[in-house]
Design a protein around this ligand. Structure first.
Ligand SMILES: O=P(O)(O)OC[C@H]1O[C@H](OP(=O)(O)OP(=O)(O)O)[C@H](O)[C@@H]1O
Ligand SMILES: Nc1ncnc2[nH]cnc12
Length: 193
């Protein structure tokens, strides 16, 4: 089978490496703050305008794909917004993709973890055989808020035999101190507010 080469990607921004400040500004310019969504008191960070802007999205994906030096075997994305990033980074880096899904969506044997997030509670699952033993996993999500989702996802990857070698988010809400839930694990956040 012939694997198509990535080649030039339409709409991609050229011009060499992007600085951390530039990518942070790019994300900042594309976030819409939505008060009281999905519950009163929550300030929701809507990143859909970033996903909708082809050149900006491509630039952000390139930064995430390269900031870990390609030293991962597989990308894991957290449903649902993490899928948007994980699929694009997996394609850009030539790595595979493992979906970490909300409960009841995966068809075979899973491991699962219940957790609380900023505005609710949920259960995440991953296929028990999703990772080769010792697979180097890059975990991706759009937002780190309280850290409940990320802590659950990290635990699932480890239970399923993967080794997390990187965890990146586009945006970290530092006032919610999600890092405190992650046991000192390094977090790459392209924008911190
Ligand atoms: O740090 P936390 O407080 O746990 O919150 C972060 C999580 O919240 C959002 O997901 P959500 O569960 O709203 O799902 P969605 O991606 O399906 O919208 C976001 O995409 C992160 O996964
Ligand atoms: N404030 C917020 N905005 C967007 N996604 C979130 N996930 C958890 N808290 C969030």
């Amino acid at each position: 089978m012939t694997v198509p080469s990535h080649g030039p990607i339409a709409g991609r921004v050229g011009g060499g490496p992007v600085t951390p400040a530039a990518v942070s500004d790019l994300i900042s310019a594309h976030v819409v703050d939505v008060p009281d969504f999905p519950k009163p008191g929550v300030g929701f960070k809507d990143l859909t305008p970033l996903f909708a802007d082809g050149p900006a999205f491509a630039q952000v994906i390139d930064v995430v794909a390269t900031e870990h030096g390609g030293a991962f075997d597989v990308v894991a994305g957290i449903e649902a917004r993490g899928f948007v990033l994980a699929a694009a980074v997996a394609y850009a880096s030539g790595a595979g993709l493992v979906p970490i899904r909300k409960a009841g969506k995966l068809p075979r044997k899973t491991v699962s973890a219940a957790y609380a997030l900023e505005y609710g509670e949920a259960v995440l699952e991953v296929h028990a055989d999703a990772f080769e033993p010792g697979a180097r996993v890059l975990l991706l999500d759009d937002v780190l808020a309280t850290g409940g989702t990320a802590a659950a996802a990290i635990s699932l990857v480890e239970q399923a035999g993967g080794e997390i070698v990187g965890f990146s988010v586009l945006m970290e809400l530092a006032f919610l101190d999600g890092r405190a839930r992650l046991g000192g694990r390094e977090v790459h956040a392209l924008l911190t507010v």
